[in-house]
Ligand binder design. Structure first.
Ligand code: TLP
Length: 361
């Protein structure tokens, strides 16, 4: 069942007496009071003319924080990833990424329709791919074989349960790829979660990549927006494609104002979401009929399997929704809970009790 279907079904069937605990995604966070104030007061201009001072400040801060020459504000993570694919590849190229990567599975095959590429997927149980996993999928430089144009890593890896790729693995992949003449893009939608889990800053965990996309609108809590970070030349090209895709947003300082707060203040609280996810994972692992390894939950995403043959994942999320607890089913057996700043420990306890009741029945 699609995420949209799950969401509409959940919202339609819920009872309205208790507050909603929304664990479908960290995309659902609402702007804080401080963000709303900053948005109301934001200094703005026309960003297509490069004249929005708040957007310019956000882009400059992102570049500084990642230790790069430049950054560009884009409406969504999807647009950021797809602009990067377009710049790094040519039609007919292959892109190597993990089999469950967002860029491959959740971006409407835009890498095919917009950039003319196909994916050479690498399966990894953990979601982490090192050079030894990638190398066999890199095409030899023979003129009658399609050529590899790009490697994409995802950190944290969403569909691998928020798995964290250590900085050393990222460095190793980037070093070998560069020796082979290949660029590496990072889908870092949740790179601040990865950095928090590793106890490092984002600059350290992203230093080898040719381009980085990260989202303000997920765990960092901004209402809208992502950034694409890289060299000046890369960002100049990205600006052209962003406009071509209809992503030139005029007085976008209204959004960038919230984004600046997300970028400066919110990374420091991500460990709370990680602790809540671990709390959920440990509780879920104790429920007979569910399968997961809580030790694998390092960040804010908990993906678990309904191992009982008596109930399916969509049935579980429907029953949860009746108690105003929203979760995503990722197929007949898999469920995803994502923790974020709008769900506290009490909310997680309520979700746990609901799960215990469903499986006790
Ligand atoms: N992820 C969404 C869904 O699309 C699955 C979610 O609820 O987790 N990269 C990664 C790793 C992502 O998880 C997402 C969104 C994106 C890119 C795309 O970001 P947006 O939604 O801003 O286009």
């Amino acid at each position: 069942m699609s995420q949209a279907q799950t969401a509409s079904q959940s919202l339609a069937s819920r009872n309205v007496s208790s507050p909603v605990i929304d664990l479908r995604s960290d995309t659902v966070t609402r702007p804080t009071a401080e963000m709303r104030r900053a948005m109301a007061e934001a200094e703005v201009g026309d960003d297509v003319y490069g004249e929005d001072p708040t957007v310019n400040r956000l882009e400059q801060r992102a570049a500084e924080i990642f230790g790069r020459e430049a950054a560009i504000f884009v409406p969504t993570g999807t647009m950021g990833n797809q602009i990067a694919v377009k710049i790094h590849t040519r039609p007919g190229h292959e892109i190597v990424c993990e089999e469950r990567a967002h860029v491959y599975n959740w971006e409407m095959a835009t890498l095919a329709s917009f950039s003319g590429c196909i994916v050479r997927p690498v399966r990894s149980e953990t979601g982490i791919i090192g050079w030894k996993d990638i190398e066999p999928f890199v095409q030899p430089k023979i003129y009658y074989k399609a050529q590899t144009g790009l490697i994409v890593l995802e950190n944290t890896h969403n569909m691998a349960g928020g798995a964290v790729t250590p900085a050393e693995v990222c460095d190793e992949v980037c070093d070998h790829a560069h020796k082979a003449g290949l660029p590496v893009h990072l889908d870092g939608a949740r790179i601040f979660n990865a950095a928090a889990a590793l106890g490092k800053n984002v600059k350290e965990v992203t230093r080898g990549f040719d381009s980085i996309m990260f989202c303000l609108s997920k765990g960092l809590g901004a209402p809208v927006g992502s950034l694409l970070v890289g060299s000046r030349n890369f960002v100049d090209q990205a600006r052209v494609y962003r406009k071509a895709l209809g992503g030139g947003m005029r007085q976008a300082g209204i959004l960038a104002a919230a984004g600046l707060i997300a970028l400066e203040k919110m990374p420091a609280r991500l460990h709370e979401d990680h602790a809540n996810a671990r709390f959920l994972a440990e509780g879920l692992a104790r429920i007979p009929g569910l399968a997961l390894d809580p030790a694998r939950v390092q960040t804010n995403i908990v993906i678990f399997a309904v191992s009982s043959s008596r109930i399916s994942a969509p049935e579980v999320t429907k029953k949860l929704a009746e108690q105003n607890i929203l979760a995503s089913s990722l197929g007949p057996k898999l469920i995803r809970f994502v923790t974020h700043m709008d769900v506290d420990r009490t909310g997680c306890q309520r979700a746990m009790r609901a799960m215990e009741q469903i499986f006790a029945a």
